[in-house]
Ligand binder design. Structure first.
Ligand code: S3P
Length: 444
């Protein structure tokens, strides 16, 4: 579902305090993987709590195009009749992954070891993103990619009919690249081995084990035994910590707020933001800590209070990579300077997120500095002028970050296009309004 519709400008009106309970949708990473792994199992996988955001719906369509039966039974309740490892068939048409880097990269891995060709495309954001990081390792299996210059989409991948297993050291910290290689390895004989330079989110490894694959992790080295029979699963998708970040951070910066966000997955490969916020002095508590489906889960309680700038260490970047935009909003309202290092991957997300946040924050009166690999925000101790229009660049997390900023500035912040929020958090705006936020819709 590409963002080809009319942009919808909206403003966040400052002055609200947020109170209540925020029900967060399912985890985006786990939702994509539930559909893809379910489609590669033999039999019926049942999923509850699936995120019904545009990205995941595009992956559901792609699985159907590759021959799996995907059925929606009700809100978040889905089933997938898988075709087994190696059982996909050539899609009749181009696969459009919309805005989703995770969708397209995991799917490329999946079809790379099937002996047919698949053509992928996406929206303007996805068509500008680097795909060589995935097609390079997939070539080692025997797949051949023809894309636009720089390996960008639209791109046709001719899968290997007789794939060989691969050893690959991933040169960038990327769970998508790691996962693409592991997924290709599923339909190759023998052991496929991936070595990471830094630990990234490990949902692929955990979930594939759940589906019955043999996946061993030794430090940064992951070994997968190829051609397993994947057994269908019953999956309850945990609530997304990256989406929870928005109401949590909005509560921390809006005076008088007290918000409870129940049942958030706190897998250590995803929870870096929450460590960082606590270091900044946030009034953030974890209540009712427990395990659900093998993942640590807690209810987060966030209350408004003063915060101070800190240095965020580069080794934490992978565990909070999607949270830097909203962290930079918190940093703008904190007292003192926040320095984020080791963040150059932000430049190749749905947008160049350092540039998008830097330009938007500057327009709202915040001083920032950037290098290729770092981002510095000079906090204004709760007094950010706002009063500007910011560009969202087809990037859901940039849009939601500026909506949160505009709840706490001195003047409204106008967001050029609210539709992009659909990508990962379709009920973001009504949820925030229910808790006390105020938004204004514009006609264009
Ligand atoms: C994801 C991995 C991350 C993250 C994205 C989801 C995943 O991307 O930014 O939102 O589900 O594997 P990279 O692998 O490019 O860091």
């Amino acid at each position: 579902m590409s963002h080809t519709g009319e942009p919808r400008p909206m403003s966040a009106v400052p002055g609200a305090s947020l109170n209540g309970t925020a029900s967060i949708p399912g985890d985006k990473s786990v939702s994509h993987r539930s559909l893809i792994f379910g489609a590669m199992a033999v039999g019926e996988t049942k999923v509850s709590g699936l995120l019904e955001g545009a990205d995941v719906l595009d992956t559901a369509k792609a699985m159907q195009a590759l021959g799996a039966e995907v059925i929606r039974h009700g809100q978040g309740d889905w089933s997938i009749h898988g075709v087994g490892v190696g059982g996909f068939s050539e899609p009749e048409d181009v696969i459009d992954c919309g805005n989703s880097g995770t969708g397209v990269r995991l799917l490329m891995g999946t079809v790379a070891t099937h002996g047919f060709s698949t053509t992928f495309t996406g929206d303007a954001s996805l068509r500008s993103r680097p795909m060589g990081r995935v097609t390079d390792p997939l070539a080692l299996f025997g797949a051949v990619a023809h894309g636009r210059s720089g390996g960008r989409l639209p791109l046709t991948l001719a899968g290997a009919a007789t794939p060989v297993p691969v050893y690959y050291k991933v040169p960038v910290p990327s769970a998508q690249v790691k996962s693409a290689v592991l997924l290709a390895g599923l339909n190759a004989p023998g052991d496929t081995v991936v070595e990471e330079i830094e630990a990234t989110r490990d949902h692929t490894e955990r979930m594939l084990r759940g589906f019955g694959a043999q996946v061993e992790t030794d430090g940064l080295v992951i070994t997968l035994k190829g051609q397993p029979e994947l057994k269908p699963q019953v999956i309850a998708v945990p609530r997304d910590p990256s989406s929870a970040a928005f109401p949590v951070c909005a509560a921390l910066i809006c005076e008088g707020s007290d918000v409870l966000v129940p049942g958030i997955g706190l897998n250590p490969t995803r929870a870096g933001l929450y460590t960082t916020l606590r270091e900044m002095g946030a009034d953030l508590t974890f209540e009712n800590e427990r395990e659900e489906g093998g993942e640590p889960v807690a209810d987060l309680r966030a209350r408004f209070g003063p915060m101070k700038g800190i240095e965020v260490p580069p080794e934490r970047a992978a565990s909070m990579i999607d949270e830097y935009p909203i962290l930079s909003v918190v940093a703008a309202l904190a007292e003192g300077v926040t320095v984020m290092r080791g963040v150059k991957e932000l430049r190749v997300k749905e947008s160049d997120r350092i540039d998008a946040m830097a330009r938007g924050l500057e327009a709202c009166g915040v001083k920032v500095e950037e290098t290729e690999d770092s981002f510095t925000v000079y906090g204004m101790g709760g007094k950010v002028p706002g009063g500007a229009t910011v560009g969202t660049r087809l990037d859901h997390r940039i849009a939601m970050s500026f909506f949160c900023l505009g709840m706490a500035t001195q003047n409204p912040v106008r967001i050029d296009d609210a539709t992009v929020v659909e990508t990962s958090f379709p009920n973001f705006l009504p949820l925030m309004e229910e808790m006390g936020a105020s938004f204004q819709r514009h006609n264009g």
